[in-house]
Design a protein around this ligand. Sequence first.
Ligand code: 7PJ
Length: 279
Amino acid sequence: MTFRARQFSFAFPQPTLVMGIVNVTPDSFSDGGHFLDPAAAVAHAEKQVEQGAEIIDVGGESTRPGAQPVGEEEELRRVMPVIEQLAGRVKVPTSIDTTKPGVARAALEAGASIVNDVAASRTDDAMWRIVAQAQAGYVCMHRQGTPQTMQVNPVYTDVVAEVGDFFVERLRRLNKSGVSADQVALDVGIGFGKTVEHNLQLLAGLRSFTKLERPLLFGVSRKSFIGKLLGADVADRLPGALACAGWAAAAGVQIIRTHDVAETVQAVRMTEAILARRQ
Ligand code: 7PJ
């Protein structure tokens, strides 16, 4: 199984990749405001690469529940200096975490290789045409609702089956818009229109998505369901997230998105060392 993202190509299975998060936002729930200065964001990304990050995910719009949308101009102003500088300074692919086709296009032109789309449930294909034209990688994430409404009352009959159906249907649509399956990674979208129970069921059911034969990407870093389950504040959720990362790696997830790169690399390397000896 191959994941292609412009000049990059990953052949899976391989050791789990860690994707480092760089939020260039004033209001992200855990690192909002830390990396608004492009130089600070780039330095943070470089440190993550040293710690073992193999993809850097740059985002300029917070998608936490209840977050207010950001205009395209403002989002571009935040992310473009970071994307531009990273292109010359890190060897790993850069991913743009955006729901806006215009931001995706500008980021790809400036050297990004992957579009991380938390609004992959979109109805028009402008985003996919841009991904197709650039031959970029695409993260297709499941979400029920929008950040403004998604946590109000998420409802599923069978969350694992419904997310699986969504992936199958999206792979078809993406293909129609010129994005081939080998450009796509799938993400169940932990916390995006899901209760604690839904998130846990998705974690428990991760292995079922491997039958789609696409790399699975997965992000739980510091998310509120860990806090709700365990009563941990946002700064104290790393142990819970590492347990999920190890579990996910054992279940066949290939890419883990995290704020805490060094710790996550250690967790997944440990898990893999055990898996390699499983009888
Ligand atoms: C995710 C994301 C995720 C992907 C965010 C946060 C909220 N992209 N962007 N998957 N989460 N693909 O970092 O907690 O889970 S923003």
